[in-house]
Design a protein around this ligand. Structure first.
Ligand SMILES: Cc1cc2nc3c(=O)[nH]c(=O)nc-3n(C[C@H](O)[C@H](O)[C@H](O)COP(=O)(O)O)c2cc1C
Length: 369
């Protein structure tokens, strides 16, 4: 494959749009017919990713009203491609002309310039901007509904760590209860307060911080995945690495496995309510690239927002001379809270694709009156 804006086999998404172009969106192909779907359900997810939600996110104010252009009729999916988009209205492209020749450190300006020979839309990162994840979230909203309606699968994420401040291990119930009631989307309210303080502190210094999103997908049956090159871990990781600013993905104990013995890290098998299960979930719900019936757990490391107010060294590529820049504009001092719904979306898209491939979801759903 020589182009890479599509992902998935049976539940396939194609992403389009640029940060300062006319719109961003997604086409979802392969969604079974008969899934009840309303714009309000997609909007609910989009609102969680939207800029301008609080004083710890960007001041760019996008309304981000979803338009569903095809694939849904009388409130149900038809089985045809579902095209969804949001228009870019609050486009402040001032400053991007002069910055065209001075790539931002940590951003994709320079690599995109090289790859596309200078024809790329360089405004606000263009195609390689966090804004394209609005399309990911729209696709994720469809996938989440499909998984929830057919299998009872729930995909839930929260901010586990921001700027070196880490939440303790908490239950899925605590995450569900608390994640939307604080601006940093941390499932542990006391830690959330400290995270907010930390973000405000670095933001007042013109700087940014990164962190970690923890994601848990519950109720996925065992046996889902396509070893050896389509392992569940591999495909989820690939989807997560398509989110701008993601720099590490780990499953279960992740790097923690390195310092343990087999006797400490193996998840012992046991029987509960007549079903095989494991006593612990160090593996993060995946063995041999296949789901083992335990929750899929992963952590996603997000780097600090590259666009910062502090003066930074760069190169004027029109003259190949060293210079420096101070980036104005409206940027999140921390991407992590807005990445939470994006992580959930990408995990859901991969699980929907694999659940259809595993014949767990029929191509036409039974429509309930
Ligand atoms: C939801 C979201 C919002 C983002 N917002 C910004 C932003 O306001 N400013 C910025 O410089 N980078 C932002 N980013 C990150 C950049 O898009 C990303 O760092 C850049 O494209 C380079 O890609 P890489 O970090 O994966 O190498 C955002 C990312 C996401 C997921």
């Amino acid at each position: 494959m020589i182009v890479s804006n599509s992902m998935g086999h049976t539940f396939r998404i194609t992403s389009f749009g640029e940060s300062h172009g006319r719109c961003v969106g997604v086409v979802v192909d392969g969604c079974p017919a008969g899934l009840s779907l309303t714009p309000a359900q997609i909007q609910r997810e989009l609102d969680r990713r939207r800029p301008g939600q609080s004083d710890v996110t960007t001041r760019r104010r996008e309304e981000d009203r979803v338009e569903v252009l095809s694939g849904v009729f009388n409130g149900f999916t038809t089985g045809a491609p579902i095209c969804m988009l949001v228009w870019n209205r609050d486009r402040d492209s001032s400053g991007y002309e002069e910055r065209r020749w001075t790539p931002r450190p940590g951003h994709a300006d320079w690599t995109a310039h090289v790859r596309y020979g200078g024809f790329n839309d360089y405004r606000g990162g263009g195609r390689l901007s966090g804004r394209i994840t609005a399309g990911f979230v729209m696709a994720g909203a469809v996938a989440r509904r499909l998984l929830a309606e057919t299998l009872g699968v729930e995909v839930l994420a929260h901010s586990k760590e921001i700027g070196g401040i880490t939440a303790p291990d908490i239950s899925v119930d605590e995450i569900r209860t608390n994640v939307e009631i604080n601006p940093v989307r941390c499932g542990h309210p006391e830690t959330a307060e400290r995270m907010v303080e930390r973000i405000k502190e670095v933001a007042s210094d013109g700087d940014s911080v990164g962190g970690v999103v923890e994601c848990i997908a519950s109720n996925l049956p065992a046996g889902v995945g396509e070893p050896v090159f389509g392992t569940l871990e591999g495909e989820i990781a690939r989807a997560l690495y398509s989110i701008p600013a993601v720099k590490a993905v780990e499953f279960g104990l992740g790097r923690g496995f390195a310092s343990l013995k087999g006797s400490e890290s193996n998840d012992a098998f046991t029987v509960k309510d007549g079903k095989l299960t494991t006593e612990t979930n160090n593996a993060g719900g995946i063995l041999g690239g296949l789901s083992d019936g335990m929750p899929i757990t992963c952590t996603v490391t997000i780097k600090p927002t590259p666009s910062i107010g502090k003066r930074q060294k760069t190169v004027d590529i029109s003259k190949m001379e060293e210079t420096d820049i101070e980036i104005g504009g409206r940027h999140d001092p921390c991407i992590v809270p807005r990445a939470v719904p994006v992580v959930e979306a990408m995990v859901a898209v991969v699980l929907a694709d694999h659940a259809i491939r595993a014949d767990l979801i029929p191509r036409v759903l039974e429509v309930r009156e």
